[in-house]
Ligand binder design. Sequence first.
Ligand SMILES: Nc1nc2c(c(=O)[nH]1)N[C@H]1C(S)=C(S)[C@@H](COP(=O)(O)OP(=O)(O)OC[C@H]3O[C@@H](n4cnc5c(=O)[nH]c(N)nc54)[C@H](O)[C@@H]3O)O[C@H]1N2
Ligand SMILES: Nc1nc2c(c(=O)[nH]1)N[C@H]1C(S)=C(S)[C@@H](COP(=O)(O)OP(=O)(O)OC[C@H]3O[C@@H](n4cnc5c(=O)[nH]c(N)nc54)[C@H](O)[C@@H]3O)O[C@H]1N2
Ligand code: SF4
Ligand SMILES: [Mo]
Length: 699
Amino acid sequence: MKESKAVCPYCGVGCRITARVEGDAVREVFADKNDLPNRGLLCQKGAFLHKIFHGKERLAHPMLRRNRDGAHERVSWDTALSFVAEKIHSLRKEFGPDAFGFYGSGQLDTEASYLFTKLMKGALGTNHMDTNSRLCMASAATAYAKAFGSDGPPTCYDDIEEADVFFVMGANMAVNHPVLFQRLRARRSSNPATRLIVLDPRLTKTAEAADLHVPLAPGSDVAFLLLLSKKILELGRANADFIASHTTGFSEFKNLLESIDAAAEKKLLAVCGITPGLLARAVFHFEKPAKLLSFYCQGLNQSTHGVDNNLALINLHLMLGQIGRPGSGPFSLTGQPNAMGGREVGYLSHQLPGYRFVENAAHRSEMENLWGLPVGHIHPKPGMSAVPLFESMREGRMKAVWIACTNPVASMPEGEKIKDALRRCELVIAQDCHHPTETTLFADVLLPAAQWGEKIGTMTNSERLVSRSQKLCEPPGEALPDWQIAALAGQALGFSGFSFKDAGEVWDEIRSVTRGRPCDLHGMTNPRLEAGPIQWPCADENGPGKARLYTDFRFPNPDGRARFIATPYRPPAEWAETDHPLLLTTGRVYSQWHTRSRTGKIAELDRLDPEPFIEIHPSDAERYQVEDKAWIRLVGKRGTCAGKARVTENIREGVLFMPFHWGDLFHPETNVNDLTSSATDPFSRQPELKLAAVRVEAM
Ligand SMILES: Nc1nc2c(c(=O)[nH]1)N[C@H]1C(S)=C(S)[C@@H](COP(=O)(O)OP(=O)(O)OC[C@H]3O[C@@H](n4cnc5c(=O)[nH]c(N)nc54)[C@H](O)[C@@H]3O)O[C@H]1N2
Ligand SMILES: Nc1nc2c(c(=O)[nH]1)N[C@H]1C(S)=C(S)[C@@H](COP(=O)(O)OP(=O)(O)OC[C@H]3O[C@@H](n4cnc5c(=O)[nH]c(N)nc54)[C@H](O)[C@@H]3O)O[C@H]1N2
Ligand code: SF4
Ligand SMILES: [Mo]
């Protein structure tokens, strides 16, 4: 039996795993107590990782369908990639650079994300490349950049052991970042003076563990944060020294808070759907100086005012001076295992590697230099983000798309529109380790990817910790690591700069393009990463990484200061009305991962939550004659969706909750994204997946 180290491929906690391998079989996985960041802990999804190799429906060979009515036939890699290259060149020649786009994933490792970025934005000179991070981290990344001058969480997990008050907003950590939440619980039991405040329309497992749960109405976070900040200001708790020395924009923020008179306060409380008493109980926890650590995720990000939600929370931290010191800071929880690494190498349509931006002329010229491209080759405008990318396919403008490591037919809002988009596309390429998925069914070309454990790859977790995963076993058939598929594609398209002998060589190039940047990976040589994970920035090959950012209170904005950005309350894109009187919000359960292509095939996990359900408050159940465990249909403005009713007092009256795990391969009527909306945040372009108006019908 051999032991090898890997990183869990599910959530952004980024747990390190030791795998016991016998021959080519992964026998068991466990966590070593000396390994960071999880110190011996794993959740159930991580603990059953050895079972993902037994899953059925693996895609093991390249497959091609030359016409849509025919079946996929097995072909060689050469045939598949020459077919793809020829088609892409001819479509671009005929219809221009908008004819081809790429849609990737925060589950690709950094090596693959980088090479696809280099292929699209560098070699092909198009920024029409986006990823599922647009549905996930875009609002958080945009807000960090607006406030501090750069993306990147300033905090680290060790802050948990230093914090006094935990403020968890729009995140169900007990379910979605379980190992981190265990650490938070441990801190609370060893130090009972610490406080946990949870803001969520549902009494989640996370909220159950809290000192105070505020069951605010969906979409009301800015309203709540304005009220909270106003009361804290009135208590005289603003940190005047910090504000004067290290920030700009406080007077506008203060004016906004002071403009909230008694009538406006009443209105904002009504928006939140909470009593003044509940607000007072929240304010109480801020009366004395305390180290404040805030965790937040999709409850804030997936909104038409997702950036405002983030900024409103950052404003609170700046006002209290709660950043850059141990135990404090606004900590954006990363969803996917490598949504951080992908951003570091510029995989969203407005980014370039090294936290550079497409719109910045100096950044473009630096990348042209590093990539050996002619001056002016990189397109100066951000490409289409996820929603418009698929919209342009539906409108017939984009003719070809390459989809890697994501299942947009099940995970994008308005699933039916995504299907239409793929039907209208002349060429759909899907790179996945499974087939069928809701998306691969629409593909002309299927490219088999090696999955976790079958390849070497590097990922960055929520706390900027960069971790290398080892190869544990061989991939099935002809499946290849994603980075290698990107490299072969670059070669097939006729570009230089795409031959690499191994993943380590790709990593060395990534180190060089992040050198001197905020997310500096230069010091992380391959041998160092083989020995263990390191946090960025790490400039020096012999120096350590950095646990916390902004400890000197200098921010990467040109004036070195952090910015207050005043955020008035704005209502969501849609709201309950006569025909659609209930508000649906969506999310996750503990045992399933997204569209279930892995967790749905592991019996031990699947049986914990085997079918789609809809949480509904007893009063609403009575009003609409819904019985517990009965199948009900939700009718929204864009479609319908069915699930089993769960009548529970754990959800606000007027609000429903349904997880998005069960796409239409499970059942043609269970995709909750047939109901969700494509309305997006004006700054981050992240869609409002957390709110749709619906009515209930019996089935
Ligand atoms: N088990 C499991 N773990 C996962 C994943 C998974 O699929 N399964 N996915 C990973 C990924 S990619 C991500 S992005 C993260 C997501 O992690 P989370 O963001 O924690 O997950 P969600 O369940 O989508 O949403 C969190 C909470 O937001 C609440 N919410 C809804 N609307 C609002 C609102 O307007 N305001 C507030 N304050 N709260 C609101 C919901 O009730 C829900 O409890 O999880 C990661 N971890
Ligand atoms: N209603 C609603 N919708 C949502 C959300 C929500 O909260 N509510 N959350 C959004 C968020 S935050 C996210 S992150 C997305 C996630 O949505 P998706 O990314 O679409 O979901 P996954 O099921 O993780 O899809 C990953 C795909 O990659 C494949 N895969 C796994 N490993 C590999 C690999 O190593 N290489 C390759 N090439 N393929 C691999 C899997 O088989 C699977 O088909 O969903 C979004 N959609
Ligand atoms: S907490 Fe996240 S990273 Fe850790 S084992 Fe569970 S799913 Fe994997
Ligand atoms: Mo996500």
